[in-house]
Unconditional design. Structure first.
Length: 397
């Protein structure tokens, strides 16, 4: 009998997408489902970006350079300079979404059996990329009580073994929305120098900081060879389907290794590179408008959640996610129940159970992640549904 690989069996299901069949079934019954389970913004992709694709004029849609079009990489140099990151075009590899940048980092820097330390809860797909690379994720727990701040460095240091090769952070964080401070980033810098580790920094939500400013891993001095940025245009320009990201480092050996993986997959998407190049030329105030919209949504959802009896939601400093603790027995059961058995005025809400964002078994059973990617009117209706659901849920605690 044919069998599935150990890797295939170990690959975890996405906590963000695993409830999709239940949502589809609810919709077939005529129920409106408010999707707060996934970071798919409803903000329109900028017209200027879409027009660049529509107006492109070529007879053959060719492969690009494996590192991405030179013209786009030079545009990215301008973009990064605008946020205080000084790199050249040869220090950037354009990737198929931020996902491929993560995969390139793991495959280029880590051997099978090596370990990466990640503050939990963390972006669930890190688990998937780690399984694909044969890498072990070692979680260090952060806590909802202090807004999911960086765990104490002493706790992270306890997890370091001879197999530890890297620390992975997401800043601002998905799923918690926590924005790491400059002081926390400097603590990480000291740790990676002391133990000679890579620092993988996922900076997909760089533009969306509501109190304070983002300290990029590339703002840290003296650690150029240690730092790898994993980036994407998906959230920045509401262009998730474009599947364009970037792998950025000043470590030439890592770049050389990553380029071999880039060559093996030939090239990143052509049309999306055109879109990404045009996006760099958006007006300087473009992010002011989008950031203000997300901040308004954040304020609405956090306020409404904390008004619900038994619910606690810290105020996230960035990204467009919030983690909330609910008075429920089991987040996975509750999120499925919302779709299978509950509706309020013909509507329900889809959430992501937090268990899938933790690496430590048993954590997150009373927590959910909410993506405030819908307009304020829809968010308010979703909160109405959730408030009623919590009151009538059979497993309420």
């Amino acid at each position: 009998m044919l069998t599935i690989s150990t890797r295939g069996q170990a690959m975890p299901a996405s906590p963000i997408r695993k409830l999709v069949p239940f949502a589809e079934a609810a919709k077939k019954k005529g129920i409106t489902v408010y999707h707060l389970n996934i970071g798919q913004p409803d903000i329109e992709t900028p017209k200027m970006v879409l027009d660049a694709v529509r107006q492109s004029n070529f007879k053959v849609l060719e492969y690009s350079h494996s590192a991405g079009n030179e013209s786009y990489r030079k545009k990215l140099v301008q973009y990064y300079a605008s946020v205080g990151i000084n790199v050249n075009a040869n220090q950037i590899i354009v990737t198929t979404g931020g996902s491929e940048a993560i995969a390139f980092g793991f495959m280029s820097c880590l051997d099978a059996g090596d370990e990466v330390i990640i503050p939990e809860p963390f972006y669930a797909n890190y688990n998937g990329f780690a399984v694909a690379a044969g890498v072990k994720v070692v979680p260090v727990t952060s806590f909802i009580e202090n807004g999911f701040a960086l765990p104490p460095i002493s706790e992270m240091e306890k997890k370091i073994t001879p197999r530890t090769k890297a620390i992975v952070i997401c800043n601002p964080n998905n799923p918690t929305g926590y924005l790491y401070s400059k002081e926390e980033m400097e603590q990480l810098k000291a740790l990676i120098i002391k133990h000679n580790l890579y620092l993988f920094s996922d900076e997909a939500y760089r533009e969306f900081c509501y109190e304070g400013h983002q300290t990029s891993a590339m703002h840290l001095t003296g650690v150029d060879d240690h730092v790898i940025i994993m980036d994407t245009i998906s959230k920045r320009y509401s262009a998730c389907g474009g599947r364009i990201g970037a792998f950025v480092t000043k470590n030439q050996q890592v770049l050389d290794a990553a380029m071999k993986f880039a060559q093996a997959r030939l090239s990143p998407p052509g049309f999306a590179q055109i879109a990404g190049e045009a996006a760099v030329d958006l007006p300087a105030d473009y992010f002011d408008t989008t950031k203000a919209e997300y901040k308004s949504r954040r304020d609405l959802i956090v306020s409404r959640l904390n008004q619900m009896e038994g619910v606690f939601c810290p105020n996230p400093g960035g990204a467009f996610y919030a983690m909330a603790r609910l008075p429920i027995d089991d987040a996975d059961r509750f999120c499925q129940w919302l779709l299978e058995e509950f509706s309020f005025e013909g509507q329900t809400v889809m959430l992501a159970p937090a268990t899938g964002f933790y690496g430590t078994e048993g954590l997150g059973k009373q927590e959910v992640r909410l993506a405030y990617v819908l307009n304020s009117n829809d968010l308010a209706k979703a909160m109405d549904c959730l408030a009623v659901a919590i009151k009538v849920y059979p497993g309420r605690k």
